[in-house]
Every structure is written in C-alpha cells, then in structure tokens.
Design a protein around this ligand. Structure first.
Ligand code: 13P
Length: 288
C-alpha cells in the first residue's frame, strides 16, 4: 500500500470517536517498530518526523524512500501517513518535494496574520498534491528537537480563522507540553478545548505532547474532538530503559551480544509495546 494523506483516517477517527496516533520516528528501528505494531493491530498510523530527526536521518528524501520501501517490503496493508512534525515554512516545501503524504506547518510563533498567510498558501499547495495539512495556533509548552514553546493556550477565535482556511487538522495549545509533565502540571484545559471545538465545528483536532497524559484526560479530549494524538518522548524513554537494562545486565558481553541487531532488539521491542499501549488507549485498534 502507498503512503496516504491523513485526511480520511482522521475524519473516520473523528466520526468514530477514537484517535489515530502519530508516533515520531528517529531511525530504521523506530519506523520498523511502529509499522509492525500498526499492521499487527490493524490500526491506521501516522509516522511523525521532526526537522531534527529528518536531518539526523540524512534528509527528508532518505526518510520518504526508507518508509515507502518498508511499507512495500513489510507488506503493510494498513493506512500509513508520513507526516512532517512542527515544520518550518521551508521544511514544508522540502517534505512535499521529498514525497511525504502529510505536513504540519507550525506558524504558531508568527503573528496570527503571518501564520494565516503562510498557512493559506500551503493549503493550496497541499490541495493540489493531495496531502493533508496540520496547522497550529497557540504553542505547545516545552521543547522538542529545538522547537521551544511557552505553552500559551490557543485563542478559539484565532483557531476559527485558521480552520476557515480549510486546513485538514488543527493543533491548538491547551496546556499540553512536549516531554515529561512536571508533577505540578494542572492538566489539560478542557474549557479551552470545548471553546475551540465550538468555533471550529467538525475540524479534527490534534493533541500534541501525548507522553504521560493520563488515560482519562486522553479519553475526554477524544470526546471533545481530538482525532490525532502525538507521542514521541514515551517511545524514547521505553527504548532507553530497555537498552540500559540489556547493558547493565552485561548481555552485550555474552557471546555475540554486541551485535547491533541484538543490542537494539530490547529497545525496539519496548517501542512496540509502548505503541500498542497507546493504540489501545486511543481506540484505533482494528480501525484500519
Ligand atoms: P511528546 O514527546 O510529549 O510525546 O510529544 C510529541 C509531540 O507532540 C510531537 O509533536
């Protein structure tokens, strides 16, 4: 199956009251783990690529070529979108050229008029090419691959202005944070989410910062119109813990335990388990 735009899978999720996970990838093991899990569980899936991760993998063209070839070689039948995460204006064009099927333009740090103008231009480009486009209003707190946000909540009127441009999906800051949540985190601002939903109608909404959000809050967010949830740090922490255990138990010192395919296996398995747990909570299993 070829890469698909995220539009159809997210509209189905919105209507069916579940969410599709966006799992950020860093390398071949990450992409393979997420694809394998999605196929095993018959779930649609979105592979997220930050600009930093794209650079790490030598460029967006490498990423697109690798993911497309994996879908083919692994006989993946579930819908898969390859999505730029927190794209700059220039990054969006690079990903469109590289063959991504979905992009996020993060214009949240621009004044709203500039965010609107750039998003509007990209809506037209994506429409012509059949790509889905995610836009952002209000910022996600914390830091992800150099993208720093103060975490200001989105203004529902500004959300409406962006939704009216006919973007495919809208990410809005509602007190969510990239990375681990601090112990004193007050939780998601459901009042703001409900106000955004009231202004944006049936636009599928995106919840960034999926790591560590309690299940009840995830379910409530889905009931209020969230159809896409982004997870990055949680897979990294799972990979780290499993790899640390392998090394600390001295398994790399036994026989051919140093073989990278053995060394990376526990971490890779841990990513799969995390993706599975998230898909269960999001309700996307069996929805492919
Ligand atoms: P976490 O790293 O907090 O899971 O956030 C992921 C994200 O929102 C990607 O854009």
């Amino acid at each position: 199956m070829a890469l698909v735009s995220a539009k159809e899978m997210l509209e189905k999720a919105r209507d069916g009251k579940y969410a599709v996970g966006q799992f950020n990838i860093n390398n071949l093991e990450w992409a393979k783990s997420v694809l394998q899990t999605a196929e095993e569980l018959k779930s649609p899936v979105i592979l997220g690529v930050s600009e930093g991760a794209g650079k790490y993998m030598t460029g967006f063209k490498t990423v697109a070529a690798m993911v497309k070839a994996m879908i083919d070689e692994m006989h993946i039948t579930v819908p898969v979108a390859l999505h730029l995460d927190h794209g700059t204006y220039e990054g969006c064009y690079k990903c469109i050229e590289a063959g991504f099927s979905s992009i996020m333009f993060d214009g949240s740090h621009f004044p709203i008029e500039e965010n609107i103008a750039k998003t509007k231009e990209l809506v037209e480009v994506c429409k012509k090419k059949g790509l889905s486009l995610e836009a952002e209003v209000g910022s996600i707190g914390g830091e992800e691959d150099g993208v720093v946000g103060l975490g200001e909540c989105a203004d529902p009127d500004e959300c409406k202005k962006i939704a009216d441009l006919k973007v495919t999906i809208l990410a809005a800051g509602i007190g969510n944070i990239h990375g681990k949540y601090p112990a004193n985190w007050p939780g998601l601002r459901f009042d703001i989410l409900a106000a955004i939903k009231a202004k944006t109608g049936d636009m599928p909404l995106v919840l960034h910062g999926g790591t560590g959000i309690p299940t009840d809050m995830i379910k409530k967010a889905i009931s209020l119109g969230v159809a896409k949830i982004n997870v990055n740090t949680e897979c990294q922490l799972a990979f780290q813990a499993a790899t640390r255990k392998y090394i600390e138990e001295g398994k790399d010192l036994v026989g051919k335990g140093f073989d990278p395919r053995k060394l990376l296996a526990p971490g890779t398995e841990a990513i799969k388990n995390t993706v599975k747990e998230k898909m269960e909570i999001f309700g996307s299993i069996g929805k492919a």
